[in-house]
Design a protein around this ligand. Sequence first.
Ligand code: SAM
Length: 286
Amino acid sequence: MAQIDDLPPLRDVIRRHGLSAKKSLGQNFLLDLNLTARIARAAEPLENITVVEIGPGPGGLTRALLALGARRVVAVERDERALAALAEIAARYPGRLDVVAGDALDVDVRVHLGPERARVVANLPYNIATALLVDWLTAEPWPPWYDDLVLMFQREVAERIVARPGGKNYGRLAVLAGWRAEARILFDVAPSAFVPPPKVTSSVVRLTPRPVPLPCDSAALQRITEAAFGQRRKMLRQSLKSLGVDTGALLEAAGIAPTARAEEIPVEGFVTLARLYAARAPAATA
Ligand code: SAM
């Protein structure tokens, strides 16, 4: 594939800016611009789209997103060492890259977005990947401020996101993701593609928000799934006891057998339970 831009190779960028990878920041960099272009292509079409990127690091994915036509990239990076490298990319693409220095868990990216549609595309720092995803899936109002999430996770997390009832991967994350989005794994990326290589394979996942998910309070859904999957081997009549409501009556009203276990219940069943629970214990879900 032809070079995606005329900026220096990422290895040079990393050397010049002293960007040795820090484990504490989940830094596993992608240096192959063909691969970052493949991830950016998974998020196409990018024209007229503002992309929110979490953790641009030396900017391999950022460069691919800009080269492939994203109108603007808003990139949130916690590592100050990366800011000078990102400034070089911003200079190459005037007016199209805004870098927000800070912790993605604290930054409200909506403040930095214009009226155009936003899409989140990121090779996420693995230590906060699930927390960020839960934040995005529980966004209010719904439909959310983004039209798609194209995200790299550890393969094991990706499998938990797309899991269906009946298996060991099915849990809180699958219920939340299934409730509000359609999620699919697009492709895997081998450890050898990263510097330094992580221990496990990674996967790119695309989550498309459902325009009209089943109505349900996300706090109630999280309480229910926390209780149900916290003791996943137990029958629901037992595992839901910590909710402090009449578990038998709750399950009966939801049409769920009290002997059922969490991993057998489809997303719709949890949504029904959450709705009934919120009606019975509004204070507990606020
Ligand atoms: N996007 C780059 C790539 O693909 O090569 C880097 C990806 S690396 C897996 C994760 C990036 O997230 C690093 O640049 C790291 O500094 C950044 N990061 C880690 N924790 C962060 C946080 N709390 N907020 C924002 N960025 C963070």
